[in-house]
Design a protein around this ligand. Structure first.
Ligand code: G3P
Length: 214
């Protein structure tokens, strides 16, 4: 399973990229809005200088024509740009048209397996089921990943399953076990994943023992 960073923050991307674990980046309008005053195009282009992999840029139109227009524009920004559209019938229209232009799409805000199947049939490159937001409703979000992964596997669908709305380190491991191809994670969760008290205690003890040697 590949690890993507779910942010538009350049410092976070630079730091996580230096760890050598990043295969891509996802952004959305909320994440863009957090970077006060940042221009969409130049942010995506700067991300592309830091990470050599798919970078999702999200459209804001509600109609397929508008999404298509935005997507055609985004695709000019950098070859690694993936056009993000919502899981709606208008989104499907945009995916279908963009695929004809060989432009890759990420179908976001996916909350059921039918949306995932239809997105794949329309030609989506990535489907993004939102694990954390499903969990928030009291339903197990990981079941959604498992279902989509099974449907895709069983029907030899190549669309990649991207586990989104990751809230904690366990979500990453469970996504990998459930068959996700990618997990897109907030920077905080990547840091939490590498933290273990026994690692810290172990380092402390090794250093203390090393010093006591003299
Ligand atoms: O990028 C989409 C998704 O990962 C957003 O997550 O935490 O806003 O539900 P969240």
């Amino acid at each position: 399973m590949h690890i993507y960073l779910d942010t538009a923050n350049i410092d976070e991307i630079r730091e996580a990229a230096s760890w050598g674990i990043l295969s891509g980046v996802t952004t959305n309008p909320t994440l863009m809005a957090k970077e006060k005053g940042a221009d969409h195009k130049s942010t995506i282009q700067e991300i592309a200088t830091l990470v050599d992999g798919p970078i999702s840029a999200e459209t804001i139109s509600l109609d397929g024509e508008g999404m298509l227009r935005e997507g055609l524009d985004f695709a000019e920004w950098h070859p690694n740009v993936i056009v993000k559209v919502p899981s709606t019938t208008e989104g499907l229209k945009a995916v279908y048209q963009l695929a004809k232009h060989n432009i890759r799409t990420n179908v976001t805000l996916c909350f059921n397996a039918s949306q995932a199947l239809f997105a794949a049939r329309a030609g989506a490159f990535i489907i993004s089921p939102f694990v954390g937001r499903v969990d928030d409703t009291g339903i197990d979000g990981m079941t959604l990943i498992r279902e989509i992964a099974q449907v895709y596997r069983q029907h030899e669908i190549k669309t990649m399953v991207l586990s989104a709305s990751i809230r904690h380190p366990r979500h990453i491991i469970d996504s990998a076990l459930a068959g996700a191809d990618i997990a897109t994670c907030p920077f905080k969760v990547l840091n939490q994943s590498m933290k273990h008290p026994l690692t810290d205690i172990g380092i402390e003890k090794f250093l203390a023992d090393w010093k006591s040697r003299q």
